[in-house]
Design a protein around this ligand. Structure first.
Ligand SMILES: [Zn+2]
Length: 255
């Protein structure tokens, strides 16, 4: 099991490299397939070895081979984050039994959330081309993948929590956008009850905590926008991986 998790963790480094392309190009409305990866400064097309996750960044000492412009440390960071989350997701999914379909759907879920989080940080937007397929993944998975929430649970959870956030977005449009509403509905569809509550609770708590911290540190002004997507994503991944443990612990503690 450890070997499988490690192998998929390494695969995650490469998926992370692709997610960097998604994060950069999707908000610009560009294709994520063509053209191949190139330096955004000089257009130098990257050779195969320059695409090796993390390692190429270290060999190149964080600079483009042609024009010497600095490559953001965020590229290897996203690759490492994706690799780590692929390792954890595999380990935690297989712990509940060998279920390849659920493993793949969980890995896709985590990948889309990583892309959405960084796009939201960069642009304060959660593009429909990512949130709506994520919603579709949850509902389809609920009907076809054993171990996922059941179909009615997925739909009810998506519409319930989505509806609740929609009301907040209507009442307080400067604080929450429709992108957040679609994201939270997608999370509900994928996580079901009660995991979605844990995700939203943790996301809101972390968002508020960081918001207050930035406010006190003078980094943000009151009413200035803080992206909510990354916190919801973090809460959702936490809930996906550790949710069952937390609820088991809670029920035994209640009894
Ligand atoms: Zn360059």
């Amino acid at each position: 099991m450890y070997f499988i998790s490690m192998s998929i963790g390494f695969l995650g480094l490469m998926i992370g490299s692709f997610l960097n392309v998604v994060i950069f190009r999707v908000p610009r409305g560009e294709s994520v397939v063509t053209p191949g990866s190139h330096c955004p400064a000089c257009g130098h097309s990257l050779r195969a070895w320059e695409l090796i996750p993390v390692v190429s960044f270290l060999i190149l000492k964080g600079k483009c081979r042609k024009c010497q412009v600095s490559i953001s440390w965020r590229y290897p960071a996203v690759e490492l984050l994706t690799g780590m989350l692929f390792f954890l997701t595999t380990a935690f999914t297989l712990r509940l039994g060998i279920n390849p379909a659920r493993l793949v759907s969980n890995l896709v879920f985590v990948s889309v959330l990583i892309a959405l989080s960084f796009i939201d940080l960069d642009t304060f937007r959660l593009p429909d081309v990512l949130t709506l397929p994520l919603l579709g993944l949850g509902i389809t998975g609920a009907f076809f993948i054993p171990g996922n929430p059941s179909g009615w649970e997925s739909i009810l959870s998506a519409s319930g929590v989505g509806g609740f956030f929609w009301i907040i977005a209507r009442a307080y449009p400067q604080g929450m956008g429709l992108g957040d509403v679609k994201l939270v509905a997608a999370l509900g569809a994928n996580l079901g009850f009660p995991a979605i509550f844990l995700a939203v609770f943790m996301g809101s708590f972390m968002g508020a905590f960081v918001g207050i911290f930035l406010l006190l540190a003078g980094r943000k002004k009151f009413r200035q926008q803080i992206p909510f997507g990354p916190y919801l994503a973090l809460g959702a991944i936490f809930s996906l991986l550790w949710g069952t443990n937390i609820f088991d612990w809670y029920w035994t503690w209640i009894k």
